[in-house]
Ligand binder design. Sequence first.
Ligand code: ADP
Length: 426
Amino acid sequence: MASASTPEQVKLDKECELRVEIGPESPLRLRLLTGTAEIFGTEIPPQIWLSFPPSVKFAVFTWYGATIEMDGPTETYYTADETPMVSYVNVHAVLDARRNRAKASPSDTESSQGPRVIVVGPTDSGKSTLSRMLLSWAAKQGWKPTFVDLDIGQGSITIPGCVAATPIEMPIDPVEGIPLEMPLVYFYGHPTPSANADLYKVLVKELSKILERQFAGNTESRAAGMVINTMGWVDGLGYELLLHAIDTFSATVVLVLGQEKLCSMLKDVLKSKPNVDVVKLQKSGGVVSRNAKVRQKARGHRIREYFYGLTNDLSPHSNVASFSDLTVFRVGGGPQAPRSALPIGAEPAADPTRLVQVKIDRDLLHLVLAVSYAKDPNEIISSNVAGFIYVTDVDTQRNKITYLAPSAGELPSRYLIVGSLTWIEN
Ligand code: ADP
């Protein structure tokens, strides 16, 4: 436990990192005084104060030595001289060579494809962090790799409950993260895959189809390849979904963080595919474990950030619409009939991708809904979404619904999708 109430300087030797956990109450400022340093793959500028919001956990790593200054209370900070960074940057070097090779043969469909990397491992093994480093290092060298985030629990591209993709054109900002600008987003609507695993697979497939089409027409992004982050479910259904993702995106490099068993299982099932490399990487000792409660809180933060911005810099609008202006759908038809309600021996049969129109009533209160780009209800499952709204009031007397949206004015579509994603604004 340590706290820095007056600015405090920390000297870092080469290949060491300063690990910081900011407390839940106050923000922290940090700057680089001497040397060079990076935060999760993005170099930080000299002398300029960076302001981090509360609760953030991160590391400042230096390849050649640096002095860092911190201003503000921290929950914990310490320096570490043992990190897996050299092995991570070696992976980057291999990927970089493959990108160069892909770029050199733009007309050959097969060899013009850069590496398709998928990062797998249990929760809190540092998957998102490694994905971020690989993307930032690649962007620093001028590549525009595509980031695919399949983590419906704690996504980095948009709010939870979605699968999404976005090109990374610049090293990722250490404070702001990935800009929430126009990513390609499919709304699953639940924070866990077990809610509707078949729908999850369908959406992953849709996302991959669009990316495949984009790659076909863009040799630059094709050569840069992709980095796919996955969720921390690695057993049972989670494992099945990992295999599905590896297959769907035709991954060529599988990076396994921190689990021997998962790595050997994957090596075993993928040995029939000689073009797929399964590589085990060490988990960083700096990765902070988060329990279910912390994770749930982080989901709320993420939704808040969508509407209000990281530092309350956005002003969402409260809008009112008539029930008749909107159509709300649920995919999968809601909870299935319990087995006990069925005749003996019968299986509950609900089509997981059946579209069911939902009556607008107070059950929608505090739910986060996605606004579909679909022009017709038939297209809803295969369409990406424009954004999200948050239902703040439902007046069944006047048939009016009040919702928060990023901006004022009419929604881009009357078709909304609801799942089980709730948020209590505070
Ligand atoms: P996963 O994606 O596997 O769940 P994350 O990459 O999100 O794990 O890491 C969990 C938390 O640990 C995040 O808050 C991240 O910022 C933090 N973290 C990761 N690596 C380090 C490190 N080397 N030092 C300090 N914090 C770290």
